[in-house]
Design a protein around this ligand. Structure first.
Ligand code: AMP
Length: 280
């Protein structure tokens, strides 16, 4: 496994390779990331992982500085998972302090980025598109793998790839969960044991609504009410509990085509997101 820190290094390493699949991450890797890495193997002969806590996707009040950065452990996990190439750049490498224009280079897809996460985290998707566009141009992968856990991110980045003709294929892989349903997240380490129990309400709410759809309940106001009640019962602060068209991310009144049920809620200071896709 080759570990690179500069754009020049990864470009040189990448030139020796044929097809490469990229798995972009913020690090603090867990079994969800590892499953992405394993799945990535199916798409190209070589697997690259980027580990970079991107400041431009964090809001001023968010957890950029305290976000975990266990780089040695991350590298060990990558090695164990058979990663070929790691890109772990410094902040200065990605956003040179003497080039302030770099942070101004954004991709704007407001129809997809001002709803759900975008509404509650203004500017978040500007940062996500910015860093991922840079990573795509730096690594030049033939495929890129993302988790359904961040469904809106996948949808926004797919739209960016389509609109701007990035020469790669986007792949979405399933959300990996703890046996009790909690979606794996690097932010779960912030949770106390009691908060972890509370946080289970998020996946329970999504599973209950999903079961309700299977049982024939198609009015989304009923599904949303069910989800909200489960979250409130466990005293979570709800940012949103929504039912939206999986392509447009616009609210739907009835489940007809593929619909995203999505929740963002706070347990103490920790903000968690999760979702499921349902279909009539
Ligand atoms: P992050 O480091 O949180 O930005 O995540 C990097 C990638 O891993 C993104 O594509 C996420 O959607 C994906 N990911 C995060 N958590 C999970 C999970 N529990 N299951 C599957 N993929 C995940």
């Amino acid at each position: 496994m080759q570990v690179t820190h500069t754009i020049a290094e990864i470009r040189a390493a990448r030139r020796e390779l044929g097809g490469v699949v990229l798995v972009p991450t913020l690090g603090a890797l867990h079994a969800g990331h590892v499953s992405l890495i394993h799945a990535a193997r199916n798409f190209a002969a070589k697997v690259a992982v980027s580990i970079f806590v991107n400041p431009t996707q964090f809001g001023p009040q968010e957890d950029f500085t305290r976000y975990p950065r266990p780089i040695e452990n991350d590298l060990a996990l990558c090695k164990e998972a058979g990663v070929d190439l790691v890109f772990n750049p410094s902040l200065e490498e990605m956003y040179p302090p003497d080039q302030p224009l770099v942070r101004q280079a954004i991709v704007d897809l407001p129809a997809l980025t001002t709803v759900l996460e975008g509404k509650h985290r203004p500017g978040h998707f500007h940062g996500v598109c910015q860093v991922v566009a840079k990573l795509f141009n730096i690594v030049q992968p033939t495929f890129a793998c993302f988790g359904q856990k961040d469904y809106q991110q996948f949808r926004v980045l797919s739209a960016m790839v389509d609109a701007l003709n990035f020469p790669l294929e986007m792949k979405m892989l399933p959300t990996i969960r703890e046996p009790d349903g909690l979606a794996l997240s690097s932010r779960n380490i912030y949770l106390s044991p009691e908060q972890r129990t509370q946080a289970l309400a998020i996946s329970h709410a999504l599973f209950k609504a999903s079961d309700d759809v299977a049982a024939g309940i198609h009015q989304t106001n009923r599904l949303i009410a069910t989800m909200r009640n489960i979250l409130l019962e466990k005293h979570l602060a709800i940012d949103y509990a929504a039912a939206v068209d999986a392509q447009t991310l616009k609210p739907v009144e009835q489940i007809s085509g593929v619909t995203l049920l999505a929740i963002a809620a706070r347990v103490g200071n920790t903000r968690l997101i999760d979702n499921v896709l349902v279909q009539r």
